[in-house]
Design a protein around this ligand. Structure first.
Ligand code: CU
Length: 350
């Protein structure tokens, strides 16, 4: 059974498991933005599907083959990525006089969402989601933004209490960063927690096509957050290339792993236009922060709905071994007649 090999590989994971991937010839991923139902929905969610939902041409055997193919591709993706490009990797920075300095370049690029499914993206530093900016509460930061798009742009620091002139809303707080131009954003990060940055110019197009990333602010007092053995990003999107986690659709979605007894932090961020209820099988979320702010009372649940541009932080105590499905529970975002697609991943506990 291939599952054994799959489990072994999973157990070796750590850090942000943005393992990219793709599966040649397996085209059931896709997924489209918008609301639909019935046969129309199935067609949207499975643009490359060989058979429409419920068609007599789709035999039980054929459906099983597709379902199995997806899971096997997800397994392969852990060993060797089946797509090119990994989103949300940590951004490099340099120190200048006590200030953490990052460089972001906005540019059109091609992004592989699942194997063979490429989309025209607008990206920071060539990846979707953009590089993850890690800052420290109270330590000054600078982000130098270069515009190589064929339209203006500006960048907003979503969740940060910055000086107004640094807020990144074109013409409201600054002149646009014109094509070929550069803008220097200076601010002192705060509040701490899980935040975002994104274009605030023509954002329906620019954000939807990828000009968005995570901004993680470490508290000045690290004891202010619950301790965790692992710290993972689970970034939802329903724009570019369909339903995605960390810029990829199943089976190229990231794999998550933990050892039994570990406390695993998940940071959920939603860059899309729809709310997504993310369900984890077999384990329990202990939700402790919303939009970076600690909750007065953490709560437990197993399905957490992330509205557009919200951030939620949860700890999962990995006390139940196994490979647990981890997916959006709007079913048309995650599983169809050809198996899992879109917002589907798994957490392996060994
Ligand atoms: Cu969803």
């Amino acid at each position: 059974m291939p599952r054994r090999r799959f489990l072994g590989v999973l157990g070796a994971g750590g850090g942000v498991a943005a393992i990219a991937a793709g599966l040649a010839g397996f085209r059931s991923s896709g997924g489209a933005v918008g609301e639909a139902s019935g046969g129309e929905m199935a067609d949207m969610a499975h643009p490359a599907a060989a058979h429409p939902v419920g068609a007599t041409a789709t035999t039980a055997e054929e459906m099983d083959v597709h379902h199995r193919g997806g899971v096997e591709a997800f397994e392969r993706n852990r060993v060797a990525p089946i797509t090119s490009g990994i989103g949300a990797v940590d951004a490099a920075f340099r120190m200048e006089g006590g200030r953490r300095v990052f460089e972001l370049t906005a540019e059109a690029t091609s992004w592989e969402v699942t194997a063979g499914q490429r989309v025209e993206a607008l990206a920071f530093n060539g990846i979707v989601p953009g590089p993850t900016l890690r800052m420290v509460e109270g330590q000054p930061a600078r982000v130098v933004v270069h515009n190589r798009l064929d339209q203006s742009t500006s960048v907003h620091w979503h969740g940060q209490r910055v000086p107004n002139a640094m807020d990144g809303v074109t013409y409201l707080t600054q002149e646009p960063i014109r094509p070929g131009g550069t803008f220097v954003y200076d601010f002192t990060p705060g509040p701490s927690g899980t935040h975002m940055y994104h274009s605030h110019y023509n954002s329906t197009e620019q954000v939807t096509k990828g000009l968005v990333g995570a901004l993680l602010v470490q508290p000045a007092d690290t004891a202010a957050e619950p301790a965790a053995d692992r710290d993972y990003l689970f970034i939802l999107n329903d724009g570019l290339g369909g339903f995605t986690v960390n810029g990829k659709g199943f089976p190229a979605t990231p794999a998550y792993a933990a050892r039994r007894g570990e406390r695993v932090r998940f940071r959920f961020l939603n860059y899309g236009a729809m709310a997504h209820p993310v369900h984890l099988h077999g384990l329990t979320y202990e939700v402790f922060a919303r939009d970076g702010y600690p909750l007065p009372q953490p709560f437990r649940c197993d399905t957490l709905t992330i509205a557009p541009f919200e951030r939620w932080d949860a700890i999962v105590l990995a006390d139940n071994p196994g490979t647990w499905a981890f997916h959006c529970h709007i079913l048309s975002h995650a599983e169809g007649p050809e198996g899992m697609f879109g917002m589907f991943s798994a957490l392996h506990v060994d």
